[in-house]
Design a protein around this ligand. Structure first.
Ligand code: FAD
Ligand code: EPU
Length: 348
């Protein structure tokens, strides 16, 4: 077992290069861990310093409103293991610090299918269960078998089944009952050895309609998703952003029907429980925000759901803009928008 001195805890660390919005908060303490021993040493050190711990992946779904009074623990543990191959299925264990997109690309090279719709989502494997990442007709919950984690308070190891994770749209137990209690160490996935594809999401369906009629392969889906995403979403390395800034609201069926009467163009997606998910981007665009820019922050010109940091360093300005956008959508449509990324730090 490592001693607490085995990890390099940095004090008063600038976080600008550790979040994709490039916001300039500082962490009271910061550490990068690359294996289990370093993780345990860092947790022990946080306890002896009396600091709460905030696990961090690649910072692609956080907003720094100011400085963070915590030990920010960057999860960089690596490794992919094949646990079992049985029939048409393979079970994998993937360490939390693996890059998500690299992992998806790796699965395709091995002939393991089921994650291709989730290509090019930024971030780490360990963060993926937090909001049950989803895109182009597939959510993580369809492929997760188990999640392995440790309690921040006492290092205790815990394994959660898929059901324990209480996955829902952009939600899980890690944002609910277990919020701020765990650091995820690894995720087990069950993938298919059979090449089945999901192409029903409107943007994917129209992409393949325009293609010759040969059978669509998982690699085709991967390539299509990468191409569609690149055409719509800004690259955070060039234009700092955190992807969708708001969740798509899920509202009662009758409310959605009434809205559709007034706004026939509003994109609506029926859910299995009878509720309806409505496109926040469409409503924000309808309120005139697309391409809006003020005080170094703004709304992306190609996608109204993506807020941009154009060079200001102040997360509070971004949150002020988000509040104004949400308020105008509420006034126009009677629908509340909820911020998707996690906000940290006290407003400066
Ligand atoms: P971080 O931003 O570092 O952390 C996010 C949250 O998870 C924080 O609360 C953090 O404390 C917690 N966390 C991180 N790692 C751990 C861990 N090991 N244990 C416990 N808690 C942890 N999301 C989608 O669902 N679908 C999309 O299509 C999508 N597209 C995006 C496009 C762009 C351009 C960007 C910038 C973001 C997009 N996102 C999307 C959001 C983001 O990619 C995901 O939420 C991703 O899972 C975040 O990973 P991360 O490692 O960057 O997490
Ligand atoms: N639309 C507009 N205006 C815009 C952008 C989009 O009217 O400026 C319309 C589109 O025409 C479409 C609808 O809104 O009819 C939905 O757009 P899109 O397919 O781009 O998806 P989204 O609902 O905006 C969600 C996720 C994305 C994910 C895509 C693809 C949420 C909050 N966002 O976006 O996830 O990549 O679907 O599945 O659910 C993220 O979470 O960070 C993220 C990028």
């Amino acid at each position: 077992m490592s001693t607490p001195e085995a990890v390099n805890i940095q004090r008063d660390k600038a976080l600008g290069s550790y979040n994709t919005l490039a916001l300039q908060g500082r962490a009271q303490a910061f550490v990068t861990v690359g294996n289990e021993r370093e993780l345990l040493a860092a947790l022990a050190q946080a306890r002896s310093l009396g600091l709460p711990v905030i696990p961090l992946g690649e910072g692609s779904n956080i907003v720094l409103a100011g400085d963070v009074e915590a030990l920010v623990l960057r999860q960089q543990c690596r490794g992919i293991e094949v646990l079992k191959t049985a029939g048409d299925a393979v079970t994998l264990r993937v360490a939390a610090g693996e890059n998500w997109h690299d992992f998806v690309r790796w699965t395709l090279r091995q002939g393991y299918y089921g994650l291709e719709n989730l290509a090019l989502i930024p971030g780490t494997v360990g963060a993926a269960p937090i909001q049950n990442i989803g895109a182009y007709g597939v959510e993580l919950r369809a492929r997760v078998l188990r999640v392995h984690a440790r309690y921040l308070a006492d290092d205790r190891a815990v394994t959660l089944s898929n059901e324990d994770c209480a996955f829902a749209y952009r939600d899980s137990v890690f944002k609910g009952a277990l919020r701020d209690q765990l650091v995820i160490t690894a995720v087990d996935f069950t993938l298919s050895l059979q090449a089945e594809v999901t192409t029903s999401y409107p943007a994917l369906a129209s992409y393949f309609e325009a293609c010759p009629s040969r059978a669509v392969t998982p690699q085709d889906v991967f390539d299509a998703v990468v191409q569609i995403r690149r055409s719509r979403l800004p690259d955070p390395a060039v234009v700092p952003n955190a992807g969708s800034f708001f969740k798509n609201p899920v509202i009662a069926g009758e409310t959605a029907a009434a809205l559709r009467d007034s706004y026939p163009g509003l994109p609506c997606f029926s859910q299995s429980d009878g509720r309806v998910k409505v496109a926040a981007a469409w409503m924000i665009e309808h309120c005139g925000w697309k391409g809006f820019r003020r005080d170094g922050v703004g709304v992306h010109e190609q996608h109204a759901l993506v807020l941009i940091n154009y060079g200001g360093d102040n997360g509070a300005l971004l949150l002020d803009l988000a509040a104004e956008i949400a308020s105008s959508v509420r006034d126009a449509f009677g629908v509340s928008l909820e911020i998707e990324p996690r906000v940290y730090g006290d407003r400066r």
